[in-house]
Design a protein around this ligand. Structure first.
Ligand code: 17E
Ligand code: FE2
Length: 419
């Protein structure tokens, strides 16, 4: 006779990459995935019939600025739509930051993200501000949400490490305070030489404090902005490539093909991770162009074809750089499919991986902490979709979000009747 053995069983789940009608039952116990098989004979205290919908690991938001989230329009709107006006406006807004202000906006954004199936987030915290309020706020949020969300904090010197004399020290203090990763912005330093020096300094600090690296790198349309090669060279020499991420790298979309070809060889040796942010960079870049107007995206398809790890980020949810943003990773993947022209079926599936597994690899979560397999933590989502293609096309609702074995959020998809 069947007996209750597990706390939860999800019946008839369709896993990614499985064809046809085959489904599995997934049992959860003690916050872990306890069993996966076509038919689990035992009962769960709580059971849901998933009815063949897609069950996959949670979305990973590999690049967001939670310190500036939900501040769009404060103190004014970004009229030019450029990165530089955004940095200026944020420079004004950050004068009035308080811990409460940072924490409230960050937690509200994280709840929106979790409700849409994200359970792993890497946020940048601006550390080029003398009180380190953004960093302190986000470190305490990391602690406050840890029972339902994994948050990584990057110490990010928005105004440059050498933009003013105290910034280098502030960056190091941020690491002493517990930031998970070191960031930088070499293309915004005053000179090319300062940019190179900043990358070297980031690697030195990462080694000293044993931290990950995530650099805002070449986020500009200037084809002369070539800090990615410096990051790759440091990664090759230090052997740290898989712990290092180059974010944005939009100038790579403007490099001449001869240079891009040479660079690709160096990148392959480096084993760097890449993050593209298609929603924002399609609006931020190309602003100095007339026509033809560049897309300002890094070479996502080519990096993927070369077997490099690429993930996708939202970057902003209603801030001085991007007043839109919903936190929904399917919006990000949908935009990537368009802007990167990844419309083939395998390419669409790759874009889905870029907001799930590849993000987990970028965050260096470790194989044992992410994915759907017996013995792993029970973090998973149920999409109101039959396949990842269907999910991206319709930006399907996330029906259930299960975090650490517990139901964290539930969405009832909108229903329309044609009369
Ligand atoms: N800061 C920056 O340098 N670049 C961005 N895309 C954002 C903040 C959002
Ligand atoms: Fe960013």
């Amino acid at each position: 006779m069947s007996q209750t053995k597990y706390s939860t069983i999800l019946r008839q789940c369709r896993l990614l990459g499985t064809d046809g009608r085959s489904t599995v039952d997934i049992a959860i116990d003690n916050n872990k995935i306890a069993a996966i098989s076509p038919k689990i004979p035992e009962l769960g205290e709580w059971e849901i019939d998933i009815q063949g919908k897609l069950v996959c690991p949670p979305f990973v938001e590999s690049h967001i600025h939670l310190d500036s989230a939900l501040t769009a329009g404060e103190p004014r709107w970004n009229h030019s739509g450029t990165l530089f006006e955004g940095i200026q406006i944020w420079g004004e807004r950050k004068q009035s930051l308080t811990l409460e202000d940072v924490k409230t906006r960050a937690i509200e954004t994280l709840k929106q993200q979790a409700s849409q199936g994200i359970l792993f987030v890497r946020t940048h915290a601006d550390v080029s501000e003398p009180t380190l309020t953004a960093l302190q706020g986000l470190l305490s949020v990391r602690e406050a949400v840890k029972d339902w969300m994994t948050l990584q904090v990057v110490a990010f010197p928005q105004d440059g490490i050498y933009g003013s004399p105290e910034n280098d020290k502030l960056l190091e203090t941020a690491l002493e305070m517990g930031a998970d990763a070191v960031g930088g912005i070499p293309h915004y330093e005053l000179t090319r030489e300062d940019g190179v020096k900043s990358v070297q300094r980031i690697f030195e600090l990462a080694e000293k404090y044993n931290r990950l690296i995530d650099i805002h790198c070449d986020e500009i349309d200037d084809e002369q902005s070539r800090f990615l090669e410096v990051v790759a060279a440091c990664a090759i020499r230090s052997g740290a490539g898989s712990r290092v991420t180059a974010s944005h790298t939009t100038a790579f979309g403007s490099y001449n093909n001869a240079y891009a070809f040479k660079l690709m060889g160096i990148l392959q040796k480096s084993r760097l991770n890449f993050i593209a942010n298609p929603l924002i960079n399609i609006t931020l870049q190309g602003r100095a162009d007339t026509y033809p107007k560049r897309r300002g995206m890094t070479r996502v398809k080519e990096l993927w074809q070369q077997g490099l790890n690429v993930s996708l980020g939202h970057d902003c949810v209603r801030d001085p750089w991007y007043s839109l943003g919903t936190g929904n990773m399917l919006d990000v993947a949908h935009m990537a499919v368009h802007v990167c022209q990844m419309t083939g079926m395998e390419e669409i599936a790759a874009c889905f991986q870029m907001v799930t597994e590849n993000g987990a690899q970028t965050l260096f979560l470790g194989d044992e902490n992410y994915g759907i397999a017996a013995g792993k933590p029970a973090n998973l989502i149920v999409l109101d979709a039959d396949s990842c293609y269907d999910a991206i096309r319709r930006r399907a609702a996330v029906r259930y979000v299960i975090s650490r074995g517990k139901l964290l959020a539930e969405t009832v998809p909108a229903k329309t009747s044609f009369l």
